[in-house]
Design a protein around this ligand. Structure first.
Ligand SMILES: *[C@@H]1O[C@H](CO)[C@@H](O)[C@H](O)[C@H]1NC(C)=O
Ligand SMILES: *[C@@H]1O[C@H](CO)[C@@H](O)[C@H](O)[C@H]1NC(C)=O
Ligand SMILES: *[C@@H]1O[C@H](CO)[C@@H](O)[C@H](O)[C@H]1NC(C)=O
Ligand SMILES: *[C@@H]1O[C@H](CO)[C@@H](O)[C@H](O)[C@H]1NC(C)=O
Ligand SMILES: *[C@@H]1O[C@H](CO)[C@@H](O)[C@H](O)[C@H]1NC(C)=O
Length: 799
């Protein structure tokens, strides 16, 4: 069941954190920084990433730290023997460039020194690593240097991580208190379980504080200023950084490129794993986490991020839309040498996902994640759009009528530089330190619907590459710029269920570039998301496989009553739709809807469905009654009411006085006959519900055939005309309060929800019984004027 899964997930999340804490993983112990020699080893030192970013980044670090009192050596490691690798590395090193401020002459000297300190070495076998370590030690000894630390940058495919880490652990650990830092790049797994496996493998070789997992987004200048911006502008932001003022949050990365040449990797991953699970999730956490007291305190930042992750509502397939650019399939066929009749890739190259944070501050605020390949422009940004409740009668261009927004602009797009923009109808933000400047001279551009002149704009004086930035953070041991194991797994907790539910979803086909026009526009509807333009372009392979589209609900008869049957999710959806229709009809006719719900785990999936997908349910006019209750205080976990409150009532806007728990506790005691609790409830019911006839009664069935709290062997005749009775359960807690069959059978509509393989035997038994049987109390459900509908999922029906 959906809800059960959610509960398990939350429980799992908590459990996971406990485990990690027990392993000491949560500690962000700061290492003692000391001066001395630092050995930098780039494993995969002649690969693409190293060539494009890493050597340049380390050269910049070297230039910056040349007078820091530390000395350096650089090792480029590769699988090729030295004769082959050395010239390749030499070409890469020759190409590094100096910062602008450095003179040409000085630059030549620095490059010369850097070249002398750098060398290629083969790093393949354990012996290679041992030799590396020996050489470092020998050099330290010869030159009489203390060792400050060793930095390994693993620029190799993820499958090689654990092997390399083992070799580092067994042969390259520095001695005498020097630090070890090992840098890793995504992908960190493919889903939760693979990420867990990888994390535990790495955990065997490296301590948490030794691991630096890179998310290069955290090195982007506009991203790294999100927290400082929130802190510096606390006074202005505090009153508006909440659900009352924020309309929505958008985190967007649009790309124009396709994935040609990377299909082998990409087709296994898709856009959600490639971008949303990591980069965009990090940005989301920075925007929504509780502001740490000390933003340099990695441990506090980590904890606050985790808090946000654990308070996200689960993502189901109604929270996402996916697309795939048109030529993708051909590219897959070409690169993977497939023939046209081989299985067709459903990998999304575009996704838009809406998430919700279930806490008092952001409840109801949509958080939108959007990314795709082959879109009309290359741009990345996060926008916080505020509500604007000003209505302008005449001059729509006056500043207070315009959108109010704060934009963290990561780069590219119309601006072409990273920036923080605050619309002028909000406030004038503080400048982000000496390294940033205000921009007052503008090109004629508009950013997210506003001319640039409508913003306060600031930008870094010098644009820095994210890798160079992160390399300097590794050097400084700024762990908050890296992804901890907890965050990594927490993020997979968030995304894995969505990935699973999207597995068989056909992505919308889009032509790519400007031709996409409005095809990928999206529409937020309550907690759900859809494409705004419902026109669907069907192509051949989509028509061919109708089986993937799933079963619709099936109508039939069960025990001569109506029956609806479907797979669990569709069944619950159908019931939720029917329930809402009944509610709307009752409210329309009588202005009120009286609903009685039973306890137990069966209705939880329905509650979850109602909360997430039925935002227009008329809760204000709905009265919620209990079908039955256990004789325990309402605050206990056992209590049906407690469950109902946790999973439904607290999430919907229902007036307090429309809620009717059963009075199982009177005079400081539980369900004592003389206290007359049953009678109290009966009176309340008779007073409020016309003819004591509920509009809708939702029941489940137990394995023993009981329904409500009416158990086999119960002498139903003793209940007579009463509507509420104290009853006895064979299970603990034994005492119960329950509606009687008399009350249930007066309802306009009764729904009996039966789900799960475990109920198959019961369903079979009950289907054979012709009339009523005291051994099977559920057979006594027979509305006198109203209707009974059985909702039975395929598992329970077919087994
Ligand atoms: C590293 O290797 C040693 C054995 O050489 C082992 O005892 C230790 O647990 C390994 N892992 C870590 C994190 O130190
Ligand atoms: C903030 O945290 C950093 C890192 O733990 C620490 O060095 C610094 O002293 C802290 N600042 C304050 C004001 O506590
Ligand atoms: C596809 O075929 C080409 C040429 O025959 C070959 O070079 C390439 O490795 C193949 N790719 C895959 C993924 O099998
Ligand atoms: C700015 O550009 C818009 C549209 O591109 C144009 O209508 C407007 O006249 C331009 N303004 C200036 C001052 O160039
Ligand atoms: C209540 O009961 C009376 C008599 O049985 C009936 O006429 C009336 O329609 C009922 N009202 C409702 C709202 O069902």
């Amino acid at each position: 069941m959906v809800w059960e899964k959610h509960k398990q997930r939350m429980l799992g999340f908590a459990l996971l954190l406990v485990l990690l804490c027990a392993l000491g993983g949560a500690e962000g112990r700061e290492e003692v920084q000391r001066h001395g020699h630092i050995s930098v080893v780039i494993v995969g030192g002649t690969g693409d990433l190293a060539k494009k970013y890493l050597w340049q980044g380390f050269f910049q670090l070297y230039v910056k730290e040349i007078n820091s009192g530390n000395s350096f050596s650089f090792h480029g490691g590769g699988l090729s023997p030295i004769e082959k690798g050395k010239p390749v590395l030499f070409e890469i090193l020759k190409a590094v460039s100096c910062p602008k401020a450095v003179s040409e002459e000085r630059c030549a000297v620095l490059k010369e020194q850097f070249l002398r300190l750098s060398q290629y070495r083969q790093l393949k076998t354990l012996e290679d690593y041992q030799a590396l370590s020996k050489q470092i030690e020998k050099q330290l000894q010869e030159e009489g240097m203390t060792e400050a630390g060793r930095l390994f940058y693993l620029s190799v495919p993820a499958f090689a991580y654990s092997g390399v880490s083992e070799k580092i652990n067994s042969s390259c650990r520095p001695s005498g208190g020097a630090w070890l830092r090992v840098v890793l790049e995504k992908p960190f797994g493919h889903d939760l379980s693979s990420a867990q496996a990888l994390a535990s493998q790495l955990g065997n070789s490296l301590k948490e504080e030794e691991m630096y997992r890179i998310d290069h987004y955290l090195g982007k200048q506009a991203v790294s200023k999100i927290l400082p911006f929130r802190l510096e502008n606390k006074k202005n932001l505090n009153p508006i950084w909440n659900k009352h003022h924020i309309e929505r949050v958008e985190i967007v990365l649009k790309e124009t490129l396709d994935v040609k040449g990377r299909i082998h990797f990409y087709d296994q991953y898709g856009v959600v794993r490639d971008v949303l699970q990591n980069h965009l999730t990090e940005v989301m956490m920075l925007l929504t986490m509780k502001l740490p007291k000390n933003i340099s305190n990695a441990e506090e930042v980590n904890q606050n991020k985790l808090q946000i992750l654990s308070s996200l509502l689960p993502l189901g397939k109604n929270q996402a839309v996916v697309g795939q650019y048109q030529s993708y399939k051909t590219e897959v066929q070409q690169e993977l040498n497939q023939t046209t009749d081989q299985s067709v890739s459903l990998t999304p190259t575009f996704a838009a996902v809406v998430a919700h944070i279930d806490n008092a501050l952001y409840e109801g605020v949509p958080i939108l994640f959007v990314s795709g390949k082959r879109l009309n422009e290359r741009v990345g940004y996060a926008r916080v759009l505020f509500k604007n409740n000003i209505f302008c009668l005449q001059d729509h261009n006056s500043v207070h009528c315009k959108p109010k927004q704060i934009v963290f602009y990561f780069g590219h797009g119309s601006l072409q530089y990273p920036a923080i923009l605050v619309s002028k109808n909000l406030f004038k933000p503080a400048l982000m330190g000496k390294e940033w400047m205000e921009v007052t001279e503008h090109k004629n551009v508009s950013v997210l619907g506003l001319p640039i002149t409508d913003y306060y704009v600031q930008t870094p004086r010098e644009q820095r590459d994210a890798y160079a930035e992160l390399i300097s953070h590794i050097y400084a041991a700024h762990k908050s710029s890296f992804v901890s194991t907890e965050i990594l797994l927490g993020s997979w907790y968030m995304w894995t269920p969505l990935l699973t539910s999207l597995k068989d979803t056909f992505p919308r086909n889009y032509p790519g570039g400007a031709d996409n026009a409005g095809l990928l526009d999206i529409c937020l509807d309550g907690n759900d998301i859809t494409f705004n333009n419902m026109e669907v372009i069907i192509n051949h392979d989509q028509m061919g496989s109708s089986s993937a589209s799933g079963f619709k609900a099936m109508q039939g008869k069960f025990r001569s009553a109506d029956m609806v049957s479907a797979w669990t999710e569709e069944l619950v959806e159908t019931l939720a739709v029917d329930l809402q229709a009944a509610a709307e009809a009752a409210v329309h006719e009588e202005g009120v809807f009286h609903l009685a719900v039973s306890g137990g785990s069966t209705p939880l999936a329905l509650f979850y469905q109602l909360v997430l997908h039925h935002s227009t349910f008329p809760w204000r006019s709905t009265h919620v009654w209990m079908v039955d209750e256990r004789c325990v205080p309402l605050t206990e976990l056992d209590s049906n009411f407690h469950n109902l409150h946790e999973h439904l009532l607290q999430h919907v806007k229902i007036p307090y006085y429309n809620i009717h728990p059963m009075p199982v506790q009177l005079n400081q005691r539980l369900c004592v006959e003389e206290d007359g609790g049953a009678l109290v409830y009966e009176r309340e019911l008779s007073k409020m519900v016309v003819n004591s006839s509920f509009h809708f009664v939702l029941l489940g069935v137990g394995y023993d055939g009981h329904t409500a709290s009416l158990f086999p062997g119960e002498k139903v005749n003793e209940h007579g005309e009463s509507l509420v009775a104290l009853t006895e359960s064979p299970n603990k807690p034994h005492q119960r309060m329950s509606l009687t069959f008399n009350a249930i059978n007066q309802a306009h509509r009764v729904a009996l929800l039966v789900m799960g393989k475990g109920k198959h035997e019961l369903v079979t038994q009950v289907s054979r019984i012709k009339d009523v049987s005291d051994k099977w109390p559920v057979t006594r459900v027979k509305p006198t004027h109203g209707t009974l509908v059985w909702y039975i999922d395929y598992d329970a029906l077919i087994g």
